[in-house]
Design a protein around this ligand. Structure first.
Ligand code: ATP
Ligand code: MG
Length: 440
């Protein structure tokens, strides 16, 4: 992509409305634009990052055996009246009427709709276990939308829903998602800690929130500091192995970790003094086993091996991609801007032409741009005639992991500079070596 033909509305000044660094940097880097309170457009640079985040989520959901579909954002109120949540949900639900005066709503979540899909076609235990997910916009009329897309009214969620014949089966489905989440956050360059979470009115059930430690986080957390040393489950983890996944779950949950609602002072104090961590964090995922809470009122049942009908045991599993993008920035930035982990960077490398219009500089940059693009790299080529200082500032701000800098003096020697955005290290090398560094 040539920067001269791309669309990145960079802001030179710090936007007044941004209270936290990720919001400030997303606005300055031209990633998002607020359209009305808590409702955002994702501009091209932001969209590229969001797509990469979604693809990692998708790959790990698929690896764990979940199956993707797509449900609509608008739902009929009827389904929610069946489950009893239409009245219970309160003001966070955006209620709409269509031209026939039928009550509709912009979905804040999809338990009812997926239960309806399930009951309409699954009749036998032989079709279980089943886990269906989608990545779709949600709407919650949050009382205090803030921090940009961290807490917005319209936001994206990956929500998966599992169906099992028995509680034991549902626990295995839960452990699959638990394991997939550990892998997902790790691939996004984040260390998310699974915290025991409030299960609400249905006691005895399982729930974990995945929380990233950050001073700007809205959740208060208490945990053992060893979480950072734990191994992440490998790519070849056998998701069908009930004991294997239970082993992973037990190992991770053997250390104390809880949000303030679930905090157990005595258990926390049992941790040796120097190993306790109380901090703030950002909730990026939430998984839940809720048994037959929806299947009973909505009549989602299957015939079991005993020939009888059983209400299915369900779980739901959310991740917030539009919250994850700012969470990644909170975890990875410096005073000059964003530092993207390679897995979600909007571009792999930026080629900076220090003297656009100069024949040697133009020729060198075009050569590198073509060679890397041909090798499948996603390259941003700064071919504008901005000042060098502006180009460096832009490249640092938007956080592309590597910069290839072509200035007249180096180019005259057949050389360019390669800068690592994270460490700041710069290395001069031949043009060929620079290309090979990214192609090899
Ligand atoms: P919170 O406690 O932050 O309000 P929640 O418990 O209401 O979140 P869930 O219903 O568990 O959220 O939703 C699953 C995921 O969706 C959350 O872990 C979060 O990543 C994301 N999410 C929820 N609400 C928002 C929001 N207003 N803006 C952005 N992402 C959100
Ligand atoms: Mg939650």
């Amino acid at each position: 992509m040539r920067l001269s033909r791309f669309f990145i509305p960079i802001l030179k000044e710090n936007p007044k409305e941004a209270e936290i660094v990720s919001h400030r940097l997303m606005l300055r880097a031209g990633m998002i634009r607020q359209q009305s309170q808590g409702i955002y457009s994702w501009l091209p640079l932001g969209k590229k990052v969001l797509d990469k985040v979604n693809n990692i989520i998708r790959e790990e959901q698929n690896r764990a055996g979940a199956i993707e579909l797509s449900m609509p954002t608008l739902q009929s109120a009827e389904l929610w009246q069946e489950s009893g949540r239409y009245d219970a949900y309160g003001k966070e639900m955006l209620r709409i009427k269509d031209r026939q005066d039928r009550p509709m709503l912009y979905g804040p979540t999809n338990e009812e709709m997926i239960t309806d899909i399930f009951r309409s076609s699954v009749k036998s235990y032989k079709d279980l276990p089943l886990n269906l997910y989608h990545i779709q916009l949600k709407f919650r009329d949050e009382i205090r939308p803030r921090f940009g897309t961290m807490r917005s009214r319209e936001f994206m969620m990956k929500d998966a829903y599992s169906f099992d014949l028995t509680r034991e089966g549902a626990e295995h489905s839960y452990n699959k998602m638990f394991t997939a989440y550990l892998r997902t956050f790790d691939r996004l360059g984040l260390r998310a800690i699974p915290m025991r979470a409030d299960t609400g009115p249905i006691g005895g059930n399982l729930s974990h929130e995945f929380i990233i430690l950050a001073d700007t986080g809205e959740s208060e957390v208490f945990c053992h500091k060893d979480f950072v040393n734990f191994d992440i489950p490998a790519e070849n983890t056998d998701f069908d192995s009930v004991d294997g996944l239970k082993g992973i779950f037990d190992k991770w949950t053997s250390l104390y970790a809880a949000t303030s609602e679930m905090h157990d002072e005595a258990a926390f104090n049992a941790i040796p003094e120097g190993e306790r961590l109380s901090a703030r964090g950002i909730e990026v995922g939430h998984i839940f086993y809720f048994g037959t809470k929806y299947s009973e009122p909505m009549g989602a049942k299957v015939q079991g091996p005993d020939g009888k009908e059983h209400f299915v045991h369900m779980g739901s599993y959310g991740i917030g991609p539009t919250r994850l993008v700012p969470a990644i920035i909170e975890a990875s930035h410096d005073e000059n801007g964003i530092i993207w982990p390679e897995s979600v960077a909007p571009f792999d490398v930026v080629v900076i032409n220090m003297k656009a219009g100069d024949e040697a500089c133009d020729g060198t940059c075009e050569l590198i741009y073509a060679a890397l693009t041909k090798a499948g790299k996603d390259v941003l080529y700064d071919d504008t005639d901005d000042r060098a200082g502006t180009k460096f500032a832009t490249a640092d701000l938007i956080g592309v992991p590597y910069q290839i800098i072509a200035g007249p003096r180096a180019v005259a020697n057949g050389e360019v500079e390669v800068k690592d955005r994270k460490t700041g290290a710069r290395e001069t090398m031949t043009i060929e070596a620079a290309i090979n560094r990214f192609v090899a």
